[in-house]
Design a protein around this ligand. Structure first.
Ligand code: ZN
Length: 181
């Protein structure tokens, strides 16, 4: 089974993780069985936030309300590993046991954030393929900006003018009109 994630949500999670370094960032994931549709960043109130995470219970309650109001389902959680691989730690596994929720881990140990999704149950830790939703791939970029449109128009007008000038210079000289005798 694979789970889809929009590029924007993946970016939001990576940005949140980067902004909390060297502490771990954490939050909730909402969506459906097959796709993550939204991330809800929460404050990490763990005593040792550089190696553990614990949701702020009030914020968690607010996020669950917001998920409900958005008519989404609470499907999992995410947290960051500032210095280690995106693999669940023993503490992660113990905290997640029995929940059956998805656990997304974003690692900042390399130059680019690495996201890995896991399903952690009582006695199994299974990696789940994460598919980046192609609806909004970042490389497609926005349409031409106004200045780019203006540049295209100016280049087109210049090309037409140059063609006109060239064709005039190629015209044979006008025939001489002799005065009437
Ligand atoms: Zn962890």
């Amino acid at each position: 089974m694979a789970v889809r994630i929009p590029y924007l949500v993946a970016r939001q999670i990576s940005d949140h993780a980067a902004s909390r370094q060297p502490s771990e960032a954490c939050g909730l994931l909402a969506g459906t069985d097959e796709q993550i549709l939204a991330a809800y960043p929460l404050t990490n109130i763990a005593r040792a936030p550089q190696t553990r995470f614990e949701f702020d219970p009030n914020e968690q309650l607010q996020a669950l309300k917001a998920i409900d109001e958005a008519q989404l389902e609470w499907i999992g959680a995410y947290h960051s590993h500032p210095h280690s691989a995106p693999i669940p730690s023993r503490a992660d596994i113990e905290a997640c046991a029995d929940s059956g929720l998805l656990q997304l881990i974003v690692s900042l140990s390399r130059s680019k954030p690495q996201l890995k999704l896991w399903r952690i149950d009582r006695d199994s830790v299974a990696p789940i393929e994460l598919i980046y939703a192609s609806d909004n791939p970042p490389e497609s970029g926005p349409a031409l900006s106004l200045s780019q449109q203006a540049a295209v128009i100016i280049v087109a007008i210049a090309a037409v003018l140059i063609l006109l000038i060239i064709s005039f210079t190629l015209l044979p000289p006008a025939p001489q009109i002799l005065p009437a005798p």
